[in-house]
Design a protein around this ligand. Structure first.
Ligand SMILES: *Cc1c(COP(=O)(O)O)cnc(C)c1O
Length: 378
């Protein structure tokens, strides 16, 4: 076996240091300015960021919140969805999508995904609609928008609300239109490793529905518009000014970083074309993907993962257990085999390093390691 590389040679899944080096001189004075002003919540930086992010998403409204999970929860609350209601989402998402549905007292109902895209399968949504279904939450997984045209058509036919889980898709587009502007509302996370990440927690809801935006604002801050007057039972889901200041700076680079991710993904896919891994299916003209994650598939995923990690290449699995098979949702009564494509993805997907600052040399090292895996006799 080849020698194990030292940790200094490791290619991480995400390199936050490289990005920080590039923006340090802008970020530190901005944080100092917030502290000098001591306006720590719902202040000028938040308003400025909300406007800038709404402009990026091409929506009328943006409401910053504490994180992406709360963005989904507050949107559901603002839509009046709760106990006795069902909300459909895909089985192969991060747990947060389902948790937010549960948090409002509604029941998550899962749909399978299309094998090629890993996006929610519109046909599977349709078979899971019942008289209790109120909304569908497609996830723009890995930074690739779901088939919003088909989803919106089904939703219109059945009178359902559509909430985009855009937590992995800042800046992505579906048929030319921005993720965040496609459904009734969209939810974003600014978790540190997302394409647009804070240096703490953050999230946002975007929408063109101003009445809905007002209700999200109400729920975000203890159900209150006037201090100590509470119209509804709300929550404390504010994002702080330091995060808003950081995000406002990072937002200026988002498009450039997304372009670099796309370039890196294209380069990886071309170098891996003749290897044993299945590279992400190209989206074509319909989508502008932003590669939050670069996910390949392999029947012997675990062996490949170990092989790469022994060569200093970090990898991830997004996600190893589909939500319907999680212990947390055992009481919903799903079983293995219910969602074949979500389950296949859980067995075969492997996320390779992906970030804007990935160098050509690192990309070649990743591809060389996969060629070596094939040569070692898979
Ligand atoms: C990150 C993420 C969330 C949750 O965001 P947080 O800010 O971590 O709460 C929800 N859905 C998906 C698909 C995500 O990737």
């Amino acid at each position: 076996m080849a020698s194990v590389t030292t940790s200094t040679d490791t290619i991480p899944l995400v390199d936050l240091h490289a990005q920080y080096e590039a923006i340090r001189d802008e970020v530190l004075p901005a944080i100092a300015e917030v502290l000098d002003g001591m306006h720590l919540f719902l202040g000028p930086r938040q308003h400025a960021f909300e406007s800038a992010f709404a402009a990026l998403c091409e929506t009328k409204e943006c409401i910053t919140v504490s994180n992406g999970t709360d963005a989904i929860e507050l949107t559901l609350r603002a839509m009046g969805i709760g106990a006795g209601d069902e909300v459909i989402t895909q089985a192969n998402t991060f747990i947060a999508t389902a948790e937010a549905i549960s948090a409002v007292g509604a029941t998550p109902v899962f749909a399978d995904v299309e094998r090629a895209t890993a996006s929610i399968d519109p046909a599977s949504i349709e078979v899971h609609i019942t008289p209790r279904t109120k909304a569908v939450i497609p996830v723009h997984l890995y930074g690739r928008p779901a088939n919003m045209t088909a989803i919106l058509e089904i939703a219109r036919k059945h009178g359902l609300r559509v909430i985009e889980d855009a937590c992995q898709a800042h800046g992505a587009r579906w048929e030319g239109r921005r993720a965040g502007s496609l459904g009734d509302a969209a939810c974003f996370s600014f978790y540190f490793s997302k394409n647009l990440g804070a240096y703490g927690e953050g999230g946002a809801v975007t929408t063109n529905d101003s009445a809905l935006a007002e209700r999200v604002r109400l729920y975000r801050d203890h159900g209150s518009r006037v201090r100590y007057e509470h119209e509804v039972v709300g929550r404390n889901c504010r994002m702080d000014e330091i995060q808003a200041a950081v995000l406002e700076i990072k937002l200026r680079y988002l498009e450039q970083w997304n372009e670099q991710r796309r370039h890196n993904a294209a380069r990886l896919s071309s170098l891996l074309a003749d290897t044993s891994v299945e590279t992400p299916a190209p989206g074509g003209d319909q989508v502008y993907e932003v590669y939050h994650l670069y996910v390949v598939r392999h029947p012997e995923r675990d062996r490949l993962k170990t092989f790469l990690e022994e060569r200093g290449i970090a990898t991830g699995i997004h996600y190893p257990i589909p939500i319907h098979l999680q212990a947390a949702y055992a009481d919903l009564g799903y079983k293995a085999g219910d969602y074949p494509f979500s389950e296949e993805l859980a067995r075969t997907s492997l996320s390779l390093p992906m970030y804007a600052e990935l160098t050509d040399e690192q990309i070649e090292r990743i591809a060389d390691a996969i060629c070596a895996f094939d040569a070692a006799g898979a």
